[in-house]
Design a protein around this ligand. Sequence first.
Ligand code: PSU
Ligand code: MN
Length: 315
Amino acid sequence: MSVRDHLSISPEVGKALADGRPVVALESTIITHGMPYPQNLEMAQRVGAVIRRNGAVPATIAIMDGKLKVGVEAGDLERLAKAGGKAAKASRRDVAALLVSGAMAGTTVATTMMAAAWAGIQVFATGGIGGVHRGAETTFDVSADLKELSQTQVAVVCAGAKSILDIPKTLEMLETNGVPVLGYKTEDFPAFWARQSGQKVDHRIESAEDAAKVIALQFELGMGGVLVANPIPESHAMDGKAIEARIEEAIKGAEAEGVSRKDLTPFLLKRIFELTEGKSLIANIALVENNAAVAAEIAVAMSELGAKAKPKDKA
Ligand code: PSU
Ligand code: MN
């Protein structure tokens, strides 16, 4: 058996990859643990449509039926969305055990990156990445997403990180791990619901073509992943201070209820949606769609670069 025996790639995604057409990976913890049903299903369907409109093929990744599915199809997507938090949350360390048990699981950014790389997908869209939690100096709660970015050759398009995390520490860890952080038309690292965190990115890029060039070179040099930080659209951005107050309230709630480790991110997301009366959920969906569009443009630009590098007669 090899790694490929544990992947189940949908016919559509398999064909696109074989033809060298652009494909964008999507994570599924955002579906199972990041949003409630039915908004999670609507979000997943809309994001798929956005990727297609922008010229690429969407490939949602999840663990189902003892396989790492790459390109979750309509019926399975519905099963996953309905299961929500009853499904497992698969970080890297959970993958082997979940494949053996056959349990259904949403894959985190770390696990989705790993599966995407195995399948040959180079670009991945999500909402926000995991990072260094506030208080990590005592809890050691640092998302496996950061380590995965350091070692796996996939470009992740996100809207920065939520300020449920310690953003300066998250950026320090990315630097330590050698992960380039590219600001998409911005100098400021975005803070998910807010367009700015007050922290600078390493490099500002102005177009999907320029992003594709940096990503292709990073991979050619044998280095790890790339983070593309794309701010939430102006029309949906929320007031930084107002959301900060809600975040602090949610963190206090988690402390009071003793929520920690892998349950912490889903708990905080749910509390913040409740505390903002769903406004943060609408913004969340808008920013994921925006990331999907940029990821598709980057995937298209990367496949054009690949086509240039490989003359047709040699293909
Ligand atoms: N951040 C968000 N929304 C999410 C997540 C993070 O704003 O849905 C999910 C992603 O799947 C991410 C995971 O990879 O949570 C990180 O979990 P942890 O902090 O336990 O590593
Ligand atoms: Mn954690």
